[in-house]
Each structure stands twice: as structure tokens, then as C-alpha cells.
Design a binder for this molecule. Structure first.
Ligand code: HEC
Ligand code: HEC
Length: 246
């Protein structure tokens, strides 16, 4: 009896698995109007990423018809959570044309997210939804410059072995495979240049951890969470950070 109560209490603190919803019509219409004013110049009226501002830019606006997203806390191949999409909208994607929508009201934000979820049938299938992968807390050694440097150096051979083919030996994004990489949407995609300050994933070490662990769907940047233990991923994060301020 007590155990059951405890379980219920615990369960109420766990994030609930999201799933398909039938959008409220007024939210949908509001979302369409926000989308047409604020998003369609880049993402295109029909969500195909072909708006008039999308021509000749290196990082193409997302085509929402594929239902594939880069910035997720869910495992590779699954849809992002509502919180993932909110984070992308509020912080933008650094170094690309995707702006940070800091002024959008919460209601407009929810409505436009409701609207973009209607572009791909993937949002209708419960099998495409997943709970976020629990990600570890930042290790204490990140606060200690000497220890941070040790971990960054320790990760050098691993970076050279597993990452340099694309990201290049000094992390400039110029590895031997870099020139020929194509994304899911048939556009050339460059590996991140770690000597530049911009990070698409976000500014925190935790954001880089998430990307190395879970990958960027639709790109050759695959997930490493089943291959590398957390401590190794944190060392790679330290290594990447050391490349932008040696
Ligand atoms: C000035 C151009 C521009 C505008 C305006 C714009 N976006 Fe984007 N957006 C982009 C670009 C470019 C990317 C892709 C960046 C990349 O993948 O490197 C993107 C990517 C995205 C993504 C994909 C994130 C992922 O995980 O893959 C979402 C979601 C998104 N935009 C939503 C919106 C919404 C909603 C609006 C309007 C409120 C909007 N964008 C307005 C340029 C724009
Ligand atoms: C097959 C090529 C390939 C390999 C191997 C690879 N990456 Fe990537 N990586 C990419 C590409 C391409 C991107 C950029 C995707 C984009 O911009 O949409 C990227 C992006 C990233 C980012 C995101 C940077 C940002 O701007 O937020 C991180 C972090 C990263 N890679 C780390 C690593 C690490 C660490 C390894 C080795 C364990 C690795 N990558 C191996 C191709 C690769």
C-alpha cells in the first residue's frame, strides 16, 4: 500500500511521454498567422524551407515536411519534445539565420509550434515520440581550469581517431571527409568548425554533450551515447572548448 503510494508520487514527478494531439482550431489559425508573418520568409509558406530568404545561404532553413529535427533530447530518429522546440525558438541557432524569438508571447510560441507540427505526418504516429534521454550533470572538474585542461588533453587521441575525419585534426571542420558531406535534405553540410565561437547546439557545455550523445538527426553527425561512456563525452566537450580558446 505504502509502496504503491510512493510509486504514484514518484510517477507524478516524471516527465510524461508526449504524443499526437488534435490541434485546437483557434490555436492552429493563430499559429498559421504567426508562421506566415515570422517564419515563412525563410521556412516557406508550405514549410518546405524554400522561402525567399532561403536562397544561397549556407545553412538552409529546415524543411518541416520531413519531420526530422537536429536539436533534441530524445534518442536519434525520434521527434523533439515541446521543450526542445521551445529552446530552439527562444535561443535561435547561433551562426545561422535562425533568429532567437525572445519577444514572441508564450501563446504565439505555442500556436506556431502547433502549426509546424501539422507539416509532417510523423507527428500523428505515437511510435515517433519518446521520453528525453536523461543527461548527466556537469562534472565538478569543469570548474577547475587545471583539471579541465587535463581532460581536454586526454581526449586528443580519441578526437583524432573518431572525429577528425570530419572535423579536421585541429577542429577547423576541414577533415578529409568534410567536402563531400550531404544532409537528409540533399544540401551540402559542413562539419562544425570548433575554432569559431558559434555553437548551433547552444552555448553551454551541456549543449555540446547533448549533441555528441544524441547526434544531429538529418546530418552525418551521429549519436555516440551507446559507444562512449559519459566521462569520455565530457572530456570530448572539454577538448572542443579548448580548441576555440587555446
Ligand atoms: C531568417 C530566417 C529564419 C526565420 C525568420 C525563421 N527561421 Fe527557423 N530556421 C532557419 C534556419 C537557417 C534553420 C536551420 C539551421 C540549421 O539547421 O543549421 C532553422 C531551423 C528551424 C528549426 C529546426 C530546429 C531543429 O531541431 O532542427 C525550427 C523548429 C525552426 N527553425 C522554427 C522556426 C519558427 C517557428 C520560426 C518563426 C517563428 C522560424 N523558425 C523563423 C531560419 C529561419
Ligand atoms: C561523418 C562526419 C562526422 C563525424 C565523424 C563527427 N562529426 Fe560532429 N558534426 C558533423 C557535422 C556535419 C556537423 C554539423 C551539422 C550541422 O551543422 O547541421 C557536426 C556537428 C558537431 C557538433 C555541434 C557543434 C555546434 O555547432 O553545436 C559537435 C559538438 C560535434 N559535431 C562533435 C563531434 C565529436 C566530438 C565527434 C567525434 C566523437 C564528431 N563530432 C564526429 C560531422 C561529423
Amino acid at each position: 500500500m505504502r509502496a504503491a503510494l510512493l510509486l504514484i508520487l514518484l510517477a507524478s514527478h516524471l516527465p510524461a511521454q508526449e504524443g499526437p494531439t488534435t490541434p485546437d482550431i483557434s490555436l492552429y489559425l493563430q499559429g498559421r498567422s504567426v508562421f506566415e508573418q515570422q517564419c515563412s520568409p525563410c521556412h516557406g509558406r508550405t514549410g518546405r524551407g524554400d522561402g525567399e530568404w532561403a536562397k544561397d545561404v549556407p545553412d538552409q532553413p529546415r524543411n518541416f515536411r520531413s519531420g526530422t529535427f537536429k536539436f533534441r533530447t530524445t534518442p536519434p530518429g525520434f521527434l523533439p519534445t515541446a521543450a526542445d522546440l521551445e529552446r530552439t525558438l527562444r535561443t535561435g541557432i547561433s551562426g545561422t539565420m535562425m533568429p532567437a524569438f525572445t519577444q514572441l508571447s508564450d501563446h504565439d510560441l505555442q500556436s506556431v509550434l502547433t502549426y509546424i507540427r501539422t507539416f509532417s505526418p510523423r507527428w500523428k504516429d505515437p511510435a515517433n515520440y519518446h521520453l528525453p534521454v536523461p543527461l548527466p550533470d556537469l562534472p565538478d572538474w569543469f570548474q577547475d581550469p587545471a583539471s579541465l585542461q587535463t581532460h581536454a588533453t586526454q581526449a586528443t587521441p580519441l578526437f583524432q581517431a573518431m572525429c577528425a575525419t570530419c572535423h579536421g585534426p585541429s577542429g577547423k571542420g576541414d577533415g578529409p571527409a568534410a567536402a563531400s558531406l550531404i544532409d537528409l535534405w540533399q544540401h551540402p553540410v559542413k562539419p562544425a568548425d570548433f575554432t569559431k565561437p558559434h555553437r548551433k547546439s547552444g552555448p553551454r557545455p551541456q549543449d555540446l554533450y547533448r549533441t555528441i550523445a544524441l547526434g544531429l538527426d538529418g546530418t552525418p553527425m551521429t549519436a555516440y551515447h551507446t559507444l562512449l561512456p559519459p566521462e569520455t563525452i565530457w572530456s570530448l566537450v572539454a577538448h572542443i572548448q579548448s580548441l576555440s580558446h587555446p
